[in-house]
Structures are given as C-alpha cells and as structure tokens.
Design a protein around this ligand. Structure first.
Ligand SMILES: *Cc1c(COP(=O)(O)O)cnc(C)c1O
Length: 389
C-alpha cells in the first residue's frame, strides 16, 4: 500500500494483504502456461479449499457477491421472494438478493455477537420467504444451530454469507463444512485469504454443485476443459441463461499458495487481537469483540464498540486517529440506511443494528503489523481519551 506518510507520524493502514514470492511465481507460471481463465489451477484450488473446510464440493467464482447471487438462484430465490438477512452487513449481502429479483427482509442482530439474532427470525417469516442468509460478520460464526432449527421448521434453505469467515470454526468444524445448504466466501484483499478478487461456494449437495458449475460458465453443457481434452468433436448446448462468474487460473494459483499460509495468518491475527483486547478492555470504555463458547473467531476485522462511558464520540476518535496516521473504519454499515434500501419501518425496527453501526470502529489489523505499530495505535487511543476526558 503506498500511503503518503504524514509528517513525523507513522502511517498505519487498516489492512494489508500478505503476499510473497511464492504467489508471484505461481501467477507467473500460469501466465507462461497459456491457460489463463478457469482451468487446472481452479480445479486444484477447489479441491484444496474443499479439503481445508471439510466440504464435499467447492465451486470457485469471481467474487463472494457472484457466489451469493448463484447460491440464492440455486436455492430457488426468484422475483417477489424475500430472503431473511441482517442489515448490519456489507451492502453486497442485500444487493445479491435484489439481483435475483427478490428483496431482503432485515432482521436485527444480537448486541454481543453482532450476528443475526435467531430469536427474531420467526416473526420475519412470511409466505414469500424463500431463504435465510446467515452472515458470519467480521469472521465470528453466526448461531447456526438456532438458525438451522427455525429454518428446518419452515422448510427454508440457509445460505451462509461466509465472506469474512475463512478458517473460523463452529464447534470444532470450519465454516464451509456442511452447516447451511451453501456457504459463500470472499477472496477480496480486505479478507484474510486473497486472490485479488474471487469467491468460493461450498456445499454437500452434488446436484446443486453441478448446477452452480454450469451457471457460472454461461450454463454451458460441456466445460472448456472437457472440450479441450476431447478426442472427438463436441458441440455444447446452453440450456439455461447463465453467467460469466468464472475465477481465473491466475487467481486460483495465488489462492492455492494463500491457502497454504492460512493457518499462520490466522494464528498471527489471533495473537494481535488478544493483545488489542487485553489493553483496550482496561480503558473501561471500549468493548472488545467476544467469542462465545465453542466458536472461534478469525478476526478478519477487529471491531470494538464505544460504550456510554467513552470520553469521545466515535467519529471524532476516528478523525483524531487519522490525524496521528492511524487508519480506521466505522464498524459494519447498516444496509437499510443506504438509498436503495432506505425505509422508516426498518429504521424503527432495527434498533440494535442502528446502535451498533453508530458506535463501532474497526482498528488496523494485518499479518505484518508489528507490536510497536499496534502499541502506537493503542497509545494513541489512550492519549486521545486523556485529552478529551
Ligand atoms: C466482503 C463481503 C462481501 C462481498 O465480497 P466480494 O468478494 O467483494 O464480492 C459480501 N458479504 C460480506 C459480509 C462481506 O464482508
């Protein structure tokens, strides 16, 4: 990242991907091979990813947004349908529902975990509800057992927006193992494992996986690879309206290397997150992220909440930190406050979401971050608080 340092102060970015020579060499090998788009490296990455999360099938696509779009289409969401999801999420969670012709039905979150509150799902179900989308926000698994219980009672499929959740665990099992019907991951550079852009869908259902594979590639009846290797001429058919949502072999080659680093990346984030929590907790006005019994956070983002005792407002704190060369972001957005989704009813109903989006802040966290850099962030917060207190 080439940020211009402020005079006399270090510039600490919010996030930074961790890429080495191995990624460069893997990408160069693909360039030399002559097969650039979806091919052998995509197939390798799919197998390795499926193994890592203990899924039967993994389907690579161009992003998590396109993964979620295909997943929703795959479970039958169509025009006029509703999909239950949190508003406290990145806008793509709701956009992909709109892409199918459906509409999001926002349900409030739990104030401790920031994930979908399973106790509020039932009251949001209508005859038009077609699916439930559980988001594992900033890498903390949602309450899957409780969500699946309601879903089962109403015969609704659960699609997991696992964009942030690679390597997170739900009672020992990695997210992406069969919990919901489908789980969708992101490999955007802000996520822990990156391929520049990219996504993955995992499922235990072979028929669904086959349909997703066709849909991502123009609904072509024969794959490029199968046609390329055929000894006799083949004419493909297009039996549906498909999409071009393919991942490239360049991305997959990088993804394979990144997957090999993932456990190290997760361990470092966990160490830095616990270091943050220990110090920030002692301030008495910042609430660190919690990790319920049995769940394992991956700390894709390190998000803290300013409590009522905070000596400074959230936005002023962000500005003061930026003035000291520390980049932060507000906590997760509330989708229902953005123009395409704005509606007074949502605003009145989603109290916990409104409260969380106004009082949370994401602090810098990345693999290469040094203890000195982290101490600078923590000391800056203490210093700002002392001046305002
Ligand atoms: C990042 C993110 C997405 C979108 O992922 P892309 O790969 O950028 O399309 C969707 N949902 C959530 C919760 C995210 O954090």
């Amino acid at each position: 990242m080439n940020l211009t340092p402020l005079a006399g102060t270090p510039t600490i970015p919010l996030a930074r991907p961790y890429l080495g020579r191995e990624e460069e060499e893997a990408a160069a090998a693909v360039l030399r091979s002559g097969w650039l788009s979806q091919g052998p490296r995509v197939a390798d990455f799919e197998r390795a990813f499926a193994d890592y999360v203990s899924a039967q099938h993994a389907v690579a696509v161009s992003s998590c947004t396109t993964a979620l779009h295909l997943a929703l289409l795959g479970v039958g969401v169509r025009t006029g349908d509703e999909v239950i999801c949190p508003s406290f999420s990145f806008v793509a969670t709701a956009n992909c529902i709109v892409h199918t012709g459906g509409a999001p039905a926002f349900v409030d979150i739990d104030p401790e975990t920031y994930n979908l509150d399973p106790r509020r799902i039932e009251q949001a179900i209508t005859p038009r509800t077609r699916a439930i989308m559980a988001v594992h926000q900033v890498g903390l698994p949602a309450s899957l057992d409780e969500i699946l219980k309601v879903a089962k009672r109403y015969g609704l499929p659960v699609v997991e927006d696992a964009a942030c959740a690679v390597g997170a665990r739900y009672f020992g099992q990695r997210i992406g193992a069969p919990h919901g019907l489908l789980a969708c991951f992101s490999f955007h550079p802000r996520k822990i494992l990156t391929t520049g852009e990219g996504g993955m869908i995992t499922t235990a259902d072979p028929e669904l996986a086959a349909r997703l594979r066709r849909a991502r590639q123009h609904a072509m009846s024969v794959s490029d690879a199968a046609r390329h290797h055929a000894q006799r001429i083949v004419f493909e058919t297009y039996d549906d309206v498909g999409y071009n949502y393919r991942m490239t072999d360049l991305q997959a080659a990088v993804g394979l290397i990144q997957l090999g680093r993932l456990d190290d990346l997760l361990a470092r984030r966990r160490y830095l997150a616990s270091r943050y929590s220990e110090r920030l907790q002692s301030f008495g006005w910042l609430k660190p992220p919690m990790e319920p019994e049995g769940l394992r956070h991956n700390f894709q983002s390190y998000m803290v909440r300013l409590t009522a005792q905070a000596p400074i407002g959230r936005d002023a704190l962000m500005q003061e930190l930026l003035d000291r060369g520390v980049c932060t972001r507000r906590g997760i957005m509330a989708i229902h406050r953005e123009a395409p989704f704005r509606n007074d009813d949502w605003d009145a109903k989603l109290e916990v979401t409104n409260e969380a989006t106004d009082h949370t802040i994401i602090l810098p966290l990345f693999h290469q971050m040094t203890e000195d850099e982290q101490d600078y962030v923590i000391d800056s917060i203490a210093d700002i608080a002392a001046r305002y207190g």
